[in-house]
Ligand binder design. Structure first.
Ligand SMILES: O=c1[nH]c(=O)c2[nH]c(=O)[nH]c2[nH]1
Length: 326
């Protein structure tokens, strides 16, 4: 089984270079902040999005690394550290890589950094890297009587963080990208009308009332893979799909669709994404249902009062593939 740099920013699995189910080690939460990284431009305009460019004036990424290779076995079995790359060195390598590579995406940064590891330490067989963006918004300020984005001052954003995970393996003298997933985490969308949930199984366990119209509040993680992993994992981004356009498709479809459930909604969003971007192979979701609990009708009849939903929350996980377009 090839190793998988899995979704949700976790690096797991094992390289096929060993029969042992698990042997890898590394470092997590290596933060790299790079100013004036290369801007990322949209390769095409789509009806659902006005995204043109990610300026990357301040690019932040939270990286996790794991190394694989038979040469690390003696670190465990013999207490022999002669092949051990200290996890502190891994951290330093990743941080310095932020200044050596001219990247515009997390994916490109991770792939080039992974190749750098394989070059620097020839006994490493495979490198898994996962990164989640640390997002900043340019802060509007007054400049000569008008409100404009500062350009040099930013405020952190906690949701809607693009992410990527890659595994790069040594193959003779070459480095091969054996796994690549791009994504965006924590897209939080709340629609106050135009969603229903009814006709589900009614039996002695059913307490939930059927709703012809409900508010629907979802936390969504979306991940996608490319038909040709090079398209997403290259420093050349001419076939790259920006996470912002995926996010905007999700919002537009959610707005338009009279959805019957979260399951129905994510299916239609996935179809739209695959229609817009033929270079993508599939789209996967992890959704969390945060639909607000209804407290009362407003006394003027125009509106409702809600409060936070109570635990536990429902979730859905689903992959839409090209077969779903037929
Ligand atoms: O969109 C939904 N899907 C479900 O499967 C479900 N189950 C539930 O209690 N509420 C909802 N909402």
């Amino acid at each position: 089984m090839p190793s998988t740099a899995s979704l949700h920013g976790q690096v797991t699995g094992n390289a096929s270079t060993t029969n042992r189910p698990t042997m890898h080690y590394g470092k997590k939460d290596v933060f790299v902040y790079r100013t004036y990284a290369k801007p990322l431009k949209a390769n095409k305009q789509i009806p659902e999005s006005n995204f043109q460019e990610r300026k990357n004036v301040l690019f932040g990424v939270d990286v996790q690394v794991a190394l694989h290779g038979q040469e690390f076995l003696k670190n465990y079995t013999d207490g022999d550290n002669s092949t051990c790359v200290a996890t502190d060195s891994m951290r330093n390598f990743i941080e310095l890589s932020g200044g050596k590579i001219e990247f515009s995406t997390i994916d490109g940064f991770l792939v080039e950094t992974a190749k750098g590891f394989l070059k620097q330490w020839p006994h490493i067989e495979q490198v898994d890297l996962a990164g989640q963006s640390v997002e900043f918004d340019d802060v509007p300020v007054e400049k000569n009587g008008v409100i404009e984005n500062s350009g040099i001052m930013f405020r952190p954003r906690k949701t809607e963080r693009p992410r990527a995970s890659v595994s790069v393996r040594r193959n003779g003298d070459n480095f091969e990208v054996v796994n690549h997933v791009s994504g965006i985490t924590d897209v939080h969308l709340m629609k106050i009308t135009g969603s229903s949930f009814k006709d589900f199984i009614q039996d002695e366990y059913t307490k939930l009332p059927e709703k012809e119209d409900r508010n629907l509040f979802i936390y969504v993680d979306i991940d996608w893979t490319y038909n040709n992993p090079e398209d997403g994992a290259n420093l050349d981004t001419s076939n790259y799909v920006p996470a912002e356009q995926i996010r905007d498709i999700a919002a537009t479809v959610f707005h338009e669709l009279n959805d019957q459930s979260i399951q129905h909604l994510v299916y239609v969003i996935g179809q739209r994404i695959l229609e817009r971007f033929p270079q993508l192979k599939d789209v996967s979701y992890y959704t969390n249902n945060r639909t607000l609990s209804e407290v009362a009708e407003a006394s003027n009849g125009q509106g409702k009062v809600y409060t936070e939903p109570t635990l536990p929350y429902g979730f859905q996980a689903f992959t839409v593939t090209r077969d779903d377009l037929k």
